[in-house]
Design a protein around this ligand. Structure first.
Ligand code: ADP
Ligand code: G6P
Length: 472
């Protein structure tokens, strides 16, 4: 039996690749994705256990500790991977929670698998949590875990945090097993969201579906009260600032500009290749700017970094084909020999490379159709020590609540998107510097540690948990 911890994090994914080196060494390999980025920063030196899936199908493997963090892997079979991860989590919940920008699919078999796998995660957490421990369950994959865990271990303090948007009742009500999903989350002592609207949505749903007594801060059901609230997730600002200041990163940023042909303006986008990220709308806007001569190749270049994601899910495969077709068409029509209109890079980058890219960009284009937070926007701001650079940011990203000095845009409105891109490209340096300084000041006081402290001290009034993380 594994040693027990007083803080247990339960997330679908472990933060490491499934390829542990042949000598058994285990390196943090951050999975591209907001959850891993955020939790990596706060947990890499915390005395905690992380329960999660190590990728792939097959029996569980014992994994080495990472510093003081223990890893407990949960195994999935091939069928479970399809029904739970690719099916219910990423073909039903993910599209539904993101405004149904892609139609959600409902399959009764997937639900059964989701139940089985959630129970396995709950059992693993129950096994590694010491008496009275705090267990912090993450995201839409594991919505049933809080209630299951409470049944198994009533002694635990249970938190749940939803990294993605929590939808308005009219969307959530489409879910065939809506009441069970809601009850599952409400097994937690505290349910946290990215935006205040989500707390409002769950209160309405709990009243309507479960007959609970609810407002935007508490939900009382069957004599037990769950607290709710918004805790906007953030980034390790100090880490990004330190990376951006490293002489090799600064030199690399300069070198990248040269490699891109010293254009007057560089536009940059960095996304997981996901239909929620608005990549196609962005490409349409860029194509029209080129067509109308408002943007010229050689003068301006767009760098689109798009790391492949969930590649066995049909909607992700077809999205990738469409994007690659469109990038090819734009480059074919508007590029010149040695001068593509768009540099398209479909690969993971390490943090230093990302920091160099952020520094090279004149305009960072972050235009998701819907996004829980969007950490890329925050990383860009943190990387801009000199106050230059413009951020074009979708109103539909959680980050827009905080970074309202960005050039905010509705990405569905292609004309508006084109105008906003042009405004950002032509903005006065003094205007940009003012905007950037305000955004940087906000981030300095709202970094990832502040997020964890805020959440954990709300979960645990004694402050014991938050203090433990702060000692890292
Ligand atoms: P999501 O969680 O939907 O993927 P976020 O913007 O919140 O979106 O988080 C994405 C995270 O993944 C960021 O920390 C970003 O730096 C990282 N990331 C995105 N693209 C890449 C890439 N090509 N290589 C490495 N990391 C990436
Ligand atoms: C989003 C989700 C995370 C997820 C990440 C990457 O950030 O909120 O839970 O881990 O995307 O997706 P993946 O399916 O590769 O884990």
């Amino acid at each position: 039996m594994m040693r027990q911890s007083s803080l247990v994090v339960v997330a679908n994914r472990l933060p490491l690749d499934d390829n542990v080196a042949p000598d058994g060494a285990c390196e943090w390999r951050r999975n591209p994705g907001g959850l891993a980025s955020a939790l990596h920063s706060i947990l890499r030196q915390a005395p905690a256990t992380w329960v999660g899936w190590a990728g792939g199908a097959g029996p569980p493997r014992p994994l080495p500790d990472i510093g003081t963090l223990r890893l407990r892997s949960v195994a999935l079979t091939e069928d479970e991977l399809r029904g739970y991860y690719e099916g219910f989590a990423n073909s039903t919940l993910w599209p539904l929670y993101h405004d149904a920008v892609e139609p959600p699919l409902f399959d009764r078999g997937w639900w059964e698998t989701y139940l089985v796998v959630n129970r396995r995660f709950a059992e693993a957490a129950a096994e590694v949590a010491e008496q009275g421990a705090a267990v912090w369950v993450q995201d839409y994959h594991l919505q049933l875990v809080p209630e299951m865990l409470r049944q198994m271990r009533p002694d635990l303090l249970i938190g749940f945090f939803m990294h993605v948007p929590f939808p308005p009742p009219e969307l959530f009500m489409q879910l065939p097993r809506r009441a069970e999903l809601l009850r599952g989350m409400l097994g937690a002592d505290l349910v946290g969201f990215q935006r205040p609207q989500a707390a409002h949505n769950i209160a309405q749903l709990a009243t309507k579906l479960l007959g609970a007594q609810a407002n935007d801060r508490t939900i009382t059901l069957g004599g037990r009260t769950t607290r709710t609230g918004a805790f906007p997730v953030s980034i390790d600002v100090a880490e990004m600032q330190a990376l951006a200041a490293r002489p090799d990163v600064v030199a690399h940023a300069r070198e990248l500009r040269g490699l891109l042909g010293q254009p007057r303006r560089i536009l940059l986008s960095v996304d997981r290749l996901d239909y929620t990220k608005g990549i196609e709308h962005r490409l349409t806007a860029y194509r029209e700017l080129l067509r109308d001569g408002l943007v010229k190749v050689r003068d301006t270049v767009l760098v689109q970094v798009a790391v492949p994601s969930r590649e066995r899910v049909e909607s992700y495969r077809t999205l990738r084909d469409r994007i690659e077709g469109e990038v090819g068409r734009i480059n074919g029509e508007y590029g010149r020999v040695g001068e593509p209109a768009i540099h398209y890079l479909i690969q993971p980058f390490d943090r230093a490379e990302l920091a160099a890219l952020y520094q090279t960009a004149d305009v960072m284009v972050v235009t998701p159709l819907r996004d829980g937070m969007n950490l890329v926007a925050k990383e860009f701001v943190a990387a801009r020590e000199d106050g230059s650079g413009a951020l074009v940011l979708s109103e539909f990203a959680g980050a827009a609540d905080e970074l309202n000095d960005a050039f905010l845009v509705n990405p569905h409105d292609v004309e508006g998107l084109k105008d906003t891109l042009l405004r950002a490209m032509e903005a006065e340096p003094a205007d940009l510097a003012t905007r950037m300084e305000r955004m940087r000041a906000h981030l300095r006081s709202h970094d990832i540690m502040a997020w964890a402290r805020d959440y954990l001290s709300t979960l645990d009034h004694t402050g014991r948990l938050a203090e433990r993380l702060a000692r890292r």
